[in-house]
Design a protein around this ligand. Structure first.
Ligand SMILES: Cc1cc2nc3c(=O)[nH]c(=O)nc-3n(C[C@H](O)[C@H](O)[C@H](O)COP(=O)(O)O)c2cc1C
Length: 169
């Protein structure tokens, strides 16, 4: 599939139908994250893939009962190993680095015919405790991946004229 087709066909999975995901598919999704760009190529990340049913259940509690965490075949905790590094423009790199990694993994999941949901609605302390993430590190987002037939209704994007310009604001 053309990359733009993958991008166009992806939207947030509203629910997952359950069932496991082939471990080679999970490996390819994680590989897409591993190959993502990061500021200065520092790769200050760790991706924790959660597949065990009992762990996903507890994870769901930390996500205020979101059923998608239970029904997803795999939940990837996108964690940063450094929260201090600033880029030459003075901005923190970790939110961007994690977003690129999550985007790459999300698109690979779509390419594999799976649904995905990005989640930032969770109690970070509980997720850290559960996944043994050191307290100095951060769980920046969760990416739930799984079999899905129900995508979020297409949320239209702003028109080109509103968000794109050439040579000036
Ligand atoms: C940084 C970030 C955090 C998000 N957090 C959540 C979340 O906590 N729960 C959720 O259901 N969706 C979450 N989303 C998904 C967005 O709501 C969704 O991507 C957006 O509405 C566009 O819809 P689409 O993904 O179907 O294109 C998040 C997306 C991003 C980029």
């Amino acid at each position: 599939m053309d990359i733009l087709d993958v991008i166009r066909s992806r939207s947030t999975a509203k629910s997952f139908t359950g069932g496991s995901i082939n471990s080679q598919v999970i490996d390819r999704i994680l590989e897409a994250g591993r190959l993502a760009p990061s500021a200065k190529n520092r790769q200050a990340w760790r991706f924790i893939a959660v597949r065990r049913e009992e762990l996903k259940k507890i994870l769901s509690e930390a996500c205020y009962g979101d059923q998608r965490l239970i029904d997803a075949g795999c939940v990837i905790a996108v964690c940063t190993t450094n929260i201090q590094y600033k880029m030459p423009n003075g901005q923190l790199s970790y939110p961007l680095d994690m977003a690129f990694a999550a985007s790459f993994m999300m698109l690979q999941a779509e390419h594999e015919g799976l649904g995905s949901s990005l989640l930032a609605t969770y109690d970070e302390r509980s997720v850290k405790d559960l996944l043994t993430v050191p307290h100095a590190m951060r769980v920046v987002m969760l990416l739930a991946v799984g079999n899905s037939s129900e995508k979020q209704d297409y949320i239209d994007r702003l028109p080109k004229e509103r968000v794109i310009s050439y040579d000036h604001w």
